[in-house]
Design a protein around this ligand. Structure first.
Ligand code: NAX
Length: 328
């Protein structure tokens, strides 16, 4: 169809935005044949910087970019959007308590959830990148009662891609040979990247690696702490890779995951794999035509069970904290 897809991006003047907008506008999401219209939300003090970014978008003369609107009012910017990428969030600043972080972000995601509920298109899909992503998605979802809850997801695709890349480096296989990677749980240091169901060239990844100690002491912590390693090396947090993963996740959600493969998405649990109902937790999912389904029937051994439970326990604590704060 040549009707432009209306894509909202929040935090559009931020680091991730600076990479994300240009890739969206150049056709990375839906290809060169489907125009998109960008709806960019920022806080008032960042609007001037955002105007500069829009000047640069103009200067690219992207054939697929049908229009750009910016603003600081969610009800205006989200009007009629088909896809909302919620990237903007309140970062944790020095000395900030966890409760303060949760309430600062709670204010953002309650308001944005309500605005989406009011004005987004009926087919809207909402991907949350801003941290704490899972719990921010839970807050937005709970504050948008008229939007089906399967339309909300939080980003664990960056972790998924990091895990693929680490496994490829270890085994010498190209990334295209790696399938069925899974990130379970929270987008945080407790996340569990699972090699026991992943495959390298059709063979079980854990068997190909053949080294439980590498999995436990190298692979899992490298993937889970990659964000911190990037900050340490680059002096700022992952941005281009986070933008790339945000696009991968939205692309696969809208257009479908590959046959014989799955992707990781944090979605509202239906109780699968013992994850309490309603928690936004990362699972292996297949996607098709804008829907997702949790992959069923995987055997979870004791090691994986322990890791999944630990990450899910953290999500339950976050849910209890935002419930206590009256955000959900
Ligand atoms: P920046 O601080 O560069 O940009 C965030 C932008 O959001 C700022 O321009 C700010 O003005 C804007 N903003 C704040 N409140 C807003 C509101 N109420 N409405 C609209 N815009 C608002 O951060 P950046 O590096 O771009 O990261 C954005 C978020 O992504 C952070 O929360 C970050 O922690 C998170 N990340 C999530 C990742 C993931 O895999 N899920 C990985 C990368 C990244 O760390």
């Amino acid at each position: 169809s040549s009707t432009p897809l209306k894509v909202a991006v929040t935090g559009a003047a931020g680091q991730i935005g600076y990479s994300l907008l240009f890739r969206l506008a150049s056709g990375a999401l839906l290809g060169a044949d489907r125009p998109i219209e960008l709806r960019l939300l920022e806080i008032t003090p960042a609007l001037k910087a955002l105007e500069g970014v829009v000047m640069e978008l103009d200067d690219c003369a992207f054939p697929t970019l049908a229009g750009v609107e910016i603003g600081d009012d969610a009800n205006t910017v989200f009007d009629g959007v088909n896809l909302a990428l919620l990237v903007g969030a309140r970062p944790r600043t020095k000395g900030m308590e966890r409760g303060e972080l949760l309430s600062a972000n709670g204010a953002i995601f309650t308001a944005q959830g309500k605005a989406l509920n009011e004005v987004a298109a009926d087919d809207v899909r909402i991907g949350v990148t801003g941290n704490p992503a899972n719990t921010n998605a839970l807050i937005a979802m709970t504050n948008a009662p008229d939007i089906p809850r399967e339309r909300f997801s939080a980003l664990t695709r960056l972790d998924h891609n990091r895990a693929i890349s680490q496994l490829a480096a270890r085994t010498g296989a190209p990334v295209t040979d790696i399938r069925r990677m899974t990130i379970w749980g929270n987008h945080s240091a407790t996340q569990y990247p699972d090699l026991f169901h992943a495959e390298v060239g059709g063979r079980n990844a854990a068997e190909v690696v053949g080294d439980q100690s590498w999995i436990e002491n190298d692979f899992i912590p490298t993937v889970a702490k990659r964000g911190a390693a990037i900050i340490e090396a680059r002096g700022s947090s992952s941005a281009a890779s986070a933008a790339s993963a945000t696009i991968d996740a939205a692309h696969d959600w809208l257009l479908g995951s590959a046959d014989d493969d799955w992707v990781s998405m944090a979605v509202a649990s239906d109780g699968s794999y013992g994850v309490p109902e309603g928690l936004i937790s990362s699972f292996p999912v297949t996607t098709k035509d804008g829907s997702w389904e949790i992959v069923q029937g995987l055997d979870i051994d004791e090691f994986s069970r322990g890791r999944i439970n630990a990450s899910v326990a953290e999500l339950e604590e976050e849910r209890a904290a935002v419930t206590e704060l009256g955000l959900i």
